[in-house]
Design a protein around this ligand. Sequence first.
Ligand code: ADP
Ligand code: MG
Length: 389
Amino acid sequence: MHDNPFRPGFGISPPTLAGRDALLDEWREVFALGAWSPFRAALVTGMRGVGKTVLLNAVEDAALERDWTVVHGTLHAGLVETLERDRLPATLQEQDPEARSRDLVGLTVPSIGGASTQVVEHYPREPRLESMLARLVELAEQRGAGVLVSLDEVARESLGELRRIAIAVQHLLREDRRIAIVAAGVPASIAAALDADGLTFFRRAQQVRLDTLTLAETRRALAEPIRERGRSIGEAALERAARASEGYPFLVQSIGARAWEYAPTVAEITTDAVQHAVEVAYAAMGESVIVPALRGLSGRDRDYLLAMAEDDGPSSTSAVAQRMATSTGNAGRQRSRLLDAGIVVAPERGIVDFAIPLMREHLRAHPHDAQLGLPTAARQTFRDAPATG
Ligand SMILES: Nc1ncnc2c1ncn2[C@@H]1O[C@H](COP(=O)(O)OP(=O)(O)O)[C@@H](O)[C@H]1O
Ligand SMILES: [Mg+2]
């Protein structure tokens, strides 16, 4: 009938980007070159699946609409080199009317009469990242725009790369040039970036903590794409789907996609379809979200989560410490690490709760995931009592 509008998974922009309008307006103001805005340097943080990457995509689109140049990168070792060697030169080549003549004059002298190729650096002492960014900004400013540097997946292991880029950007920001930077990562990585030497400039950056969606936003994220594609969903089915997602964007798309697929030739999406979708989407949460979130934790951190999972709702920090046979002060170290990692939230003093939907249920069903961070259903079969006969 119609193509499925929902986009389950990671990094793929949803049909309706719900609940982010006010935020995007802040960036639109930056790109419209209005008053100076703190969003010229912003750090986006939130747990896995909350929508960091697709927000960056939307910010980049807003920049492109205003004819800004976008330099996008996913942080990993070697990003700076890739930017310097390939991406920035390619962008400059497209935009710089002088690129051709510069190539001839400055960079390479082709071999003549058997002499070996000689490479001459134009400005050998200047860091290339800085000079190329500066040139891109200059070109953008000439057409009344600027340059957006957008960096995804900030991680501890690549803080060195982030530092190189941040220094170059900071330099231009200080000179009040038309440049903006946005970087995204899970809370623990952003916390590490804020602590790192050479990245202090980010402490003055706008912090954007992405939250899950409200019930109204969730309903809109589900209903709008369905209506736009000419199908319908009843009130009860919509409410059930929205509530089951808990406003967690990853689940919104996952449930939406499966409800759509259930009976694609029937116009209305029924409560049966939603019921089925919720079951399938919940089952997929473990591998897609929960196990990856557990992977980076220490055994002690996971013990803390297992102790929390004994409660049906929010846990008291002292009860958790007791279950771990330690003092509340000692358990506080795990608590703050888990808060940093975006895995737990502290709704009030002395209380902790899971940040990711279904983590409690998953830990109860698969306690070994917590101990090893790996699926161990297969291993468990070896521990069961030996079959007789
Ligand atoms: N505001 C939103 N409204 C609807 N769906 C969203 C929203 N934000 C994210 N999603 C969906 O949630 C999933 C995870 O988003 P993603 O940006 O990859 O998360 P993160 O980068 O934080 O791990 C994707 O399927 C995406 O389409
Ligand atoms: Mg992402």
